[in-house]
Design a protein around this ligand. Sequence first.
Ligand SMILES: O=P(O)(O)O[C@@H]1C[C@H](O)[C@@H](CO)O1
Length: 272
Amino acid sequence: MYEKLATAAAHIQKVKPCSPKVGVVLGSGLGDFVDQIEDKTIISYDDIPFFHKTTVEGHAGKLILGKIGNTEIAALQGRFHSYEGLEMDDVVFPTRLLSTLGVDTLILTNAAGGINTNYQAGDLVVIEDHINMTGNNPLVGPNIKEMGPRFPDMSKAYHPELREIILKSAEKLGYTMQTGIYAGVLGPTYETPAEVRMLRTLGADVVGMSTVPECIAANHIGMKVCGISCVTNMASGIENVELKHEDIKDEALRVMEKFTSILKETVKTIGA
Ligand SMILES: O=P(O)(O)O[C@@H]1C[C@H](O)[C@@H](CO)O1
């Protein structure tokens, strides 16, 4: 793993010498954020050693290096999910690569279903914590101690100061955000109404099929992590509608202006 990461990072440094401090993972339909990045270098996942192809619509499969204000950033326009049939090591390889490139602060974003009935489609949620419902963990297997500890602490998996920065950025721009708990499931089926009721009972506010593995791998390797969920739909059974990925992508596009402004302000503040 270590050697693979070094090879992939060396390839990227050859294409574009860089030292990004902030990394962003853009979820389903949220990729247009990259339009905000200046001095862009775009590297297709096809050209990065050990990366897979993205197979999910709305995940372009590009690494974008550049700047937001004075902050050097690396943005992953698209991610890998376990349900695509990938091993956990492959799902979190891009996260670990960002760390290898020098990223110390990771912003995870995703499309998610709203479980909390005070939420509505179009809301943006600062992730306070997560519940891992995937039945898996990217750290299963021999621990590479140069990468991180065997038993990482997850008591502040989503960094409290970063959460504050996101909320303050939104406030400064006149937007309100929710704060909530993300339940990460395996997918690819959307949940049944009974599963959504169970997740609510467990304390989840939103549900999605990503983010949890990346958050775990990033905490393990010592990155500070924060996350934003875009409520693209109310979760199964709450409204009498069939869930479709196309509609989820469309809803993500509808909140793009708000999402983009908050994320841009957040990145600038982190880098200041
Ligand atoms: O990568 P994210 O978590 O944003 O994508 C969500 C979860 C599934 O991949 C897909 C379902 O519509 O969107």
